[in-house]
Design a protein around this ligand. Structure first.
Ligand SMILES: NC(=O)NC(NC(N)=O)C(=O)[O-]
Length: 376
């Protein structure tokens, strides 16, 4: 049996994998996986199940359920696991499409399977990864991704209605099996839902939709006081000193942290420095109270914390590390392990950015910054 496999680079400089992967050779199933460091993958995954992303419907899910597409973490492969329907796969896998007759056994060129995805947070998409991990010989030949922006909570029927306008984010493009197929997205519109198509059929392990959250401004205005740092409200991590054990993005995810790896934990520092995260707040705003949560960090909680604010409104100040204009919101304060700490802030300072310093290193599970938009 011959397999065709090729790797190239697209115009955008993103690595491109096409063709089959070799049959599973035994041993570590990831040993021959084709992956890449995509420049957009530091942004949050807007479709993440933990943010509320969902696969609302799919044309078919005979071999493996559509919900697997949005699970956090890499897809697993157990060569020994078979069920009543076939090989148990950690992904979304449809049955083989067939043509209409003995003389015409192959599906027509336009035939394909589709899945409808609701983003956990609406936003601007910068890059998409269609991960075909462990799908070798049963991955799609090509994929396409489209986006739409609809108010409220449309049903699958409404999304599928002929009046719904879909815009191509990734045109129909050949992909590789057992590979992270990455696509840079240029369109800077806001999207609420995506449609993932695979031609003509096959299996996709994970879908990642990297971008910047853009919540509904009317909703934030109606709320008045809300968490200015939360991802779902448009807060973002701009930079951090350390991502060794886990991502600083975790500090602004919804809900509490139930395990050490659901927060932000830095490596042990062996110098006299400290770790930090720089956040961009939902907008120019007035932070009034913060919650700093060290849940699940016991022998490795951050020792002390300090907070600084910067108002870069009007493009005046540069938020980059070491820039002028940062003012202290919370002086260096001792933290307890596995505890939610509450601090009232001066409440009279406008800010677009916030820097959290932890001394010297350690873990922070969540940061909540309660306040309201400055009004303009
Ligand atoms: N060996 C397979 O994976 N075969 C089939 N898929 C599953 N999941 O059994 C197929 O037709 O692609």
């Amino acid at each position: 049996m011959s397999t065709s496999s090729s790797t190239g680079t697209s115009i955008s400089g993103i690595p491109r994998f096409t063709g089959d992967a070799a049959p599973y050779p035994g041993g570590d199933p990831y040993a021959d996986y084709r992956g890449a460091d995509f420049p957009f993958a530091t942004l949050p995954d807007l479709a993440d199940r933990r943010l509320g992303g969902a696969v609302l419907a799919a044309s078919d899910e005979f071999f493996a359920e559509r919900e697997n597409l949005l699970l956090p973490g890499p897809a697993r492969f157990d060569p020994e696991r078979f069920g009543h329907k076939g090989k148990v796969m950690d992904g979304w896998e449809t049955r083989r499409r067939r043509g209409g007759s003995a003389g015409d056994p192959c599906p027509a060129d336009h035939e394909h399977d589709w899945a409808l995805i609701r983003l956990g947070v609406p936003g601007v998409v910068h890059g998409i990864v269609v991960d075909t991990a462990h799908f070798r010989g049963n991955h799609p030949q090509a994929v396409a991704v489209e986006g739409t922006e609809l108010p409220g909570t449309p049903s699958p029927a409404e999304l599928l209605a002929p009046g719904t306008r879909w815009t191509a984010l990734v045109p129909r493009t050949p992909v590789g099996g057992h590979a992270a197929n990455g696509f840079a997205v240029r369109d800077r519109q806001r999207w609420t839902h995506l449609r993932l198509s695979q031609f003509p059929d096959g299996g996709i392990a994970r879908l990642r939709v990297y971008g910047r959250p853009v919540p509904d401004p009317d909703w934030l205005a109606a709320l008045g006081t809300f968490d200015l740092a939360a991802l779902e409200n448009g807060g973002m991590v701009e930079d951090a000193s350390d991502r060794f054990y886990s991502s600083p993005l975790n500090t602004i995810r919804p809900g509490g942290s139930r395990r050490m790896d659901e927060g932000w934990e830095t490596r042990r520092r062996r110098d006299k420095g400290h770790d930090w995260v720089r956040y961009r707040l939902a907008g120019r705003s007035v932070p009034r109270a913060v919650e700093i949560d060290t849940s699940e960090y016991k022998g490795n909680s951050a020792g002390w914390v300090a907070l600084f604010a910067l108002d870069a409104g009007g493009g005046g100040a540069d938020p980059a590390e070491g820039a002028e204009g940062w003012t202290e919101l919370l002086p260096r304060t001792a933290l307890q392990p596995d505890t939610v700490h509450r601090f009232v802030l001066p409440g009279d300072r406008t800010a677009t950015h916030l820097r959290m310093e932890i001394h010297p290193d350690g873990g922070i599970a969540r940061l909540r910054v309660h306040g309201s938009l400055a009004g303009e």
